[in-house]
Ligand binder design. Structure first.
Ligand SMILES: Nc1ncnc2c1ncn2[C@@H]1O[C@H](COP(=O)(O)OP(=O)(O)O)[C@@H](O)[C@H]1O
Ligand SMILES: [Mg+2]
Length: 356
């Protein structure tokens, strides 16, 4: 596979602030990559560096094999799609689409034909004569994407393009963007703070924190084998439960430490007896049983149902969250048994948080 975008040892400083720290990332042609992480972790800075809107302080950035470090944005041949659409309000959809071609000297009829072709792909054919103010949020988003598509860029760069849309439309648009990516055989880099968006849309997910890539890989690999506690807690919803624990004699047990309550569970490990670790258990890997029938019993603090699933929070320290499909009949104040799927237990070093 050809590499379309490559970053090697990229650092970015804003004065004394170190915004990107030794970023190494290789994006194969045709891949949909999501950059995900909490607000302020450097996602936009990284994306803007690809576009040339920020200069990098150290390292190499290549697009289609060419070094881009000192190439101005116009000449990088990448297209940025923003959350705020950035459409020209006084131009029709068609004019918005043809504008970038026209300023590059493409003939009027040819630009018009290109706009019609792209509009057919993005479902805008019937809206070409409208002005942005006459469009819905989803339609404006489609115009913004069409304007990027019409240039046949080497890569599409998206910065939280769906944040302004309501929940239902967001779910719809994420499928639409992914389908478009596939149809165009595009290479896309998509910034989001929403791990669900990253997991559902991308082939390759890059999890960032404080300017560092914490882990990158296929979505389900990150879910199944998070490299550290941060990634484990960031990917998956509701979030993974973390419980302090101590490895028992013979390394065949683990004592989960809920303060006053301690529960010994069987594990097979080669860990040093007495070693302190953090145990990670996803809420969906815990089942509910009647009192005395599970791995251990817990008192129930809160029960929340979305209709299709039920979130149960145990009154333990730390709290334990359990997800059940369906509604069940658990009530706040009940004592229930929880059955922990110990095969799916994650262990992390107590201090570094690195996966063991
Ligand atoms: N022009 C700038 N000058 C100084 N600091 C900046 C500038 N742009 C961004 N930052 C800082 O860099 C960090 C990363 O910002 P950003 O890439 O926008 O984060 P994200 O997109 O992940 O929310 C933030 O702490 C932000 O305050
Ligand atoms: Mg941002």
């Amino acid at each position: 596979m050809t590499t379309q975008i490559e970053l090697v040892g990229v650092n970015k400083h804003y004065g004394a602030f170190h915004a990107l720290k030794n970023i190494n990332l290789s994006i194969a042609k045709g891949t949909f990559v999501a950059l995900v992480g909490p607000s302020g972790c450097g996602k936009s800075t990284l994306l803007r560096s690809l576009a040339g809107l920020e200069s990098i302080s150290e390292g190499d950035l290549k697009i289609a094999g060419e070094l881009m470090n000192n190439v101005p944005p116009r000449k990088r041949d990448v297209a940025m799609v923003f959350q705020s659409y950035a459409l020209y309000p006084h131009m029709t959809v068609e004019q918005n689409l043809t504008y970038s071609l026209r300023i590059r000297g493409v003939a009027k009829t040819e630009a018009k034909k290109a706009a019609e072709d792209v509009a057919a792909t993005t479902g805008l054919s019937h809206l070409l004569k409208r002005y942005p103010r006459e469009l819905s949020g989803g339609q404006r988003q489609r115009v913004a994407m069409s304007r990027a598509i019409i240039r046949h860029p080497k890569a599409f760069l998206f910065d939280e393009p769906l944040s302004n849309l309501d929940a239902a439309l967001r779910v719809h648009m994420r499928k639409e963007i992914r389908a478009l990516h596939d149809r165009l055989h595009a290479t896309s880099v998509y910034v989001t703070h929403d791990q669900i968006e990253a997991m559902t849309m991308a082939d390759h997910v890059v999890v960032m924190r404080d300017g560092v890539i914490e882990q990158q890989g296929r979505p389900l690999d990150l879910y199944d084998t998070p490299a550290n506690k941060f990634v484990a807690g960031f990917i998956g919803s509701p979030a993974m439960n973390f419980i302090p624990a101590i490895v028992g004699e013979g390394s065949e047990s683990l004592t989960l430490d809920f303060g006053a309550l301690k529960h010994k569970v069987a594990i097979s490990s080669k860990l040093q007896p007495g070693r302190k670790v953090t145990a990670g258990i996803r809420p969906e890997h815990i089942g509910i049983t009647s009192q005395g029938q599970g791995t251990f019993d817990v008192p129930v603090a809160v029960v929340e149902s979305t209709g299709s699933s039920t979130f149960i929070t145990a009154a333990t320290r730390p709290e334990l969250t359990v997800v059940e499909t369906g509604r069940g009949n658990t009530r706040a104040g009940d004592i229930i048994g929880v059955r922990v799927d110990l095969e799916k237990l994650h262990l992390f070093d107590e201090t570094s948080g690195v996966r063991i």
